[in-house]
Design a binder for this molecule. Structure first.
Ligand SMILES: Nc1ncnc2c1ncn2[C@@H]1O[C@H](COP(=O)(O)OP(=O)(O)O)[C@@H](O)[C@H]1O
Ligand SMILES: [Mg+2]
Length: 248
């Protein structure tokens, strides 16, 4: 068998030392049920990869494993040549429902800055970045859903991640909030942060994706550049999904 770590090291990328992400033959069962099955995935360079697939396909579990939040039963997950367990602090994750501290918006950011040994005075600049400048003193939990998610993104950015992982971050938001968050993510991507986004929203995937990973029943059945995927997916289940024939 090939030495995975040595193999990863051959492909190190200059602009983001965490890339590429290499998953090789990853298996994971939960409660005796296979959830990830022989997952092979390579994500290179910069940009935004979108992970799509039917409900229960394993998207959330996949994202957790590549963030090092869930150990796998077999296979390798390697970031920039290093096993995932060694690099979790270089990635940040945003979930569908943000869990915020019962404090002001600013204090939520300051908490993370302090934990990372950074000045709490930087909090305002992260709020500015997500359009929440005027909300600094508001209790975080009284913000609207869209504002809370923007705060969660600001909090993730306050850790200076090289990779930002997002699991359906706009699933329960109104259209204006969705577009605002996409604008923030485009800006984050332009600054060189690698984005990996799980979404059910096909319109969002078209607007955001540089490449699409399609997951079905725990397997990566297609990984294509976005324009090729949306013009003509190679996989039948992906075609059915885009045509609305798979009920979510
Ligand atoms: N913590 C867990 N314990 C047991 N089974 C789980 C757990 N998390 C997810 N699963 C199962 O793994 C499968 C994939 O789940 P998930 O990754 O959440 O799907 P998706 O995000 O694609 O909708 C589902 O069958 C789900 O029931
Ligand atoms: Mg999910």
């Amino acid at each position: 068998m090939r030495d995975l770590q040595a193999d990863c090291l051959l492909h190190l990328e200059a602009d983001n030392p965490l890339m590429p992400l290499e998953m090789r033959d990853v298996h994971l069962a939960l409660n005796g049920k296979p959830v990830l099955r022989a997952v092979d995935l390579s994500l290179e360079g910069a940009g935004c990869s979108v992970i799509m697939g039917p409900n229960g396909a394993g998207k959330s579990v996949l994202l957790k494993t590549i963030h090092g939040l869930m150990p796998v039963d077999a296979g390798q997950i390697c970031w920039g040549g290093l096993p995932v367990a060694q690099v979790t602090r270089a990635q940040a994750m945003v979930f569908q429902t943000p869990v915020l501290l019962r404090r002001s918006a600013e204090a939520n950011i300051a908490f993370v800055l302090k934990a990372r040994g950074k000045s709490k005075r930087l909090a305002q600049s992260y709020l500015d970045r997500v359009g929440l400048s005027d909300m600094a003193r508001q209790p975080a939990r009284r913000l609207s859903g869209g504002q809370q998610q923007r705060l969660a993104i600001a909090r993730a950015l306050a850790t200076d991640p090289q990779v930002l992982l997002l699991d359906e971050p706009t699933a329960s938001l109104d259209p204006a909030s969705v577009l605002m968050i996409e604008e923030i993510l485009r800006d984050v991507r332009a600054q060189g942060v690698r984005i990996i986004l799980v979404t059910h929203d096909i319109g969002q995937a078209r607007r955001m994706a540089d490449d699409v990973v399609f997951l079905n029943a725990g397997q990566v059945v297609e990984h294509s550049p976005a324009n090729r995927f949306f013009q003509r997916p190679q996989n039948l289940a992906a075609q059915d999904y885009l045509d609305g024939r798979i009920i979510l």
